[in-house]
Ligand binder design. Structure first.
Ligand code: OGA
Ligand code: NI
Length: 349
C-alpha cells in the first residue's frame, strides 16, 4: 500500500523546481507550434457590471443587463463590482492563499493531495504520461455543500485560513444567486430559471492557484488552454500581476485585473443551460519571468444528482435545442479532459 501511494505521490511542487531553474524541465515545455504562447497579447475590454445597478429599479438596470448579455455572448466573461465584498475582505481572501504558498514545503505538505484524492495541496494532476504539465501549484478544496468538505485538506496555517474561506464561501453562495438571476433576466427569462436547475445543494470547489516565476514564459504555461466544467466560475485575480488570457475570434487576449472586481467566467454548464447563447470560453494562463502570481477560483455547479438542460423558453423552431439533458457534468468533464477532449462536444445533440 505504501508503495502504491509513493508511486503516485506528487511530483516536486513547481515552486520548489523554480528555485534555481534556468529552463523548465521537458514535462513543462510546450513544443513550439503546439501552443502559440504570446505573453504580450492585446488587452480585451471586458465589461464591468455593477450588481447594485442591476438590482436597482432605475432605468440604468436595463442598460446594465444589456451590457451583461452582450459581454457574455461575445467573450464569455465579465467583471463584477457592487458584489458587497469590501477591498479589505478580498485582500484577506487573496492573502490566505498567498500566505499559505509562502510557507515552507515541509509545512504545506501536511495538506498534500494523496493518491486517492483530487483535493488538497499539490502540483498539476498527472492524468497521463504524455501530458504537458502546468507551471503551477494548487490547493483544491470542496467548500459546499458543507457536509462534503474534507477538512483534512483545509490548512490551519495561516491561522485564519478556514475562517476566511468559510466567510468567502457564504458570500459566493449569495453572489452566485444574484448573478444567476441577472443572467436569466438578461435573456428575458423568469428570474429563477437558471437557479432552479441548481437544487438545494449546489456544488462549490475553491482552487487557490500559485504561479511561481518561470524562467521561460515563451515555453511553459501556468494553465494550458481549457474551458471550465462549472456553470459559473468566480475568479479573484492578482492585483499585482496579470496572466489570464481568453480566446476570442481565434485570437488570445489578456484579461486585465480590475481592482475589487471578481471575474465571472461562463462554464460549460451555463453554455448548456443557455442553449449556447452564453459561450464557455477557452482560456489559459501565461507565466511571468520575474513575479509570482496567486489567484483564487471558485467553481459553482448544480448539485451533481440533478439534471440540467437548455431552458425551455430559449428553444424555438428557429433556435433548436443544441444540448442533451444530462447530470453530473463534472464527471463527464473530467472523463473527457483526461482524453484531451472538450466535454461540451460530447453533450451536443
Ligand atoms: C482556472 C483558471 C485562471 C487564473 O483555475 O480554471 O482558469 O488566472 N484560472 O488563475
Ligand atoms: Ni479556468
Amino acid at each position: 500500500m505504501a508503495e502504491a501511494h509513493e508511486s503516485v505521490v506528487l511530483l516536486k511542487p513547481v515552486q520548489e523546481l523554480a528555485v534555481d531553474c534556468n529552463t523548465p524541465p521537458q514535462r513543462y515545455v510546450h513544443k513550439r507550434g503546439d501552443e502559440d504562447i504570446c505573453v504580450n497579447s492585446p488587452v480585451i475590454d471586458v465589461a464591468v457590471i455593477d450588481l447594485d445597478s442591476v438590482q436597482s429599479s432605475s432605468p440604468s438596470a436595463e442598460q446594465e443587463l444589456e451590457k451583461l448579455r452582450t459581454s457574455l455572448a461575445s467573450c464569455g466573461c465579465f467583471q463584477v463590482i457592487g458584489h458587497g465584498m469590501t477591498d479589505s475582505f478580498l485582500d484577506q481572501v487573496h492573502g490566505i492563499g498567498r500566505d499559505f504558498f509562502a510557507l515552507p514545503w515541509s509545512e504545506k505538505r501536511k495538506w498534500s493531495r494523496t493518491a486517492e484524492d483530487t483535493e488538497g495541496y499539490g502540483n498539476d494532476s498527472e492524468l497521463s504520461e504524455h501530458q504537458i504539465l502546468d507551471w503551477t501549484d494548487r490547493l483544491y478544496l470542496t467548500t459546499n455543500p458543507g457536509d462534503q468538505r474534507k477538512y483534512q485538506f483545509w490548512p490551519q496555517n495561516p491561522e485564519n485560513f478556514r475562517e476566511i474561506l468559510q466567510e468567502y464561501t457564504e458570500k459566493i453562495i449569495l453572489l452566485n444567486q444574484v448573478v444567476l438571476k441577472a443572467l436569466s433576466k438578461s435573456l428575458n427569462l423568469q428570474e429563477n430559471c437558471f437557479l432552479d436547475q441548481y437544487g438545494e445543494n449546489s456544488n462549490m470547489v475553491a482552487r487557490f492557484n500559485y504561479y511561481p516565476p518561470c524562467p521561460r514564459p515563451d515555453l511553459s504555461l501556468g494553465v494550458k488552454q481549457h474551458a471550465d466544467g462549472s456553470a459559473i466560475t468566480f475568479l479573484l485575480q492578482d492585483n499585482q500581476v496579470d496572466g489570464l488570457q481568453v480566446l476570442k475570434d481565434d485570437q488570445w487576449f489578456s484579461v486585465p485585473t480590475v481592482p475589487n472586481a471578481l471575474l465571472v467566467n461562463v462554464g460549460d454548464q451555463l453554455e448548456i443551460m443557455s442553449n449556447g447563447i452564453f459561450k464557455s470560453p477557452l482560456h489559459r494562463v501565461v507565466t511571468n519571468s520575474e513575479r509570482e502570481r496567486t489567484t483564487v477560483a471558485v467553481f459553482c455547479s448544480p448539485d451533481s444528482s440533478r439534471f440540467i438542460e437548455p431552458a425551455e423558453d430559449l428553444i424555438s423552431e428557429t433556435s433548436p435545442r443544441l444540448y442533451k439533458k444530462i447530470k453530473n457534468y463534472v464527471g463527464i468533464f473530467f472523463e473527457n479532459y483526461q482524453q484531451g477532449k472538450r466535454a461540451i462536444e460530447a453533450v451536443k445533440i
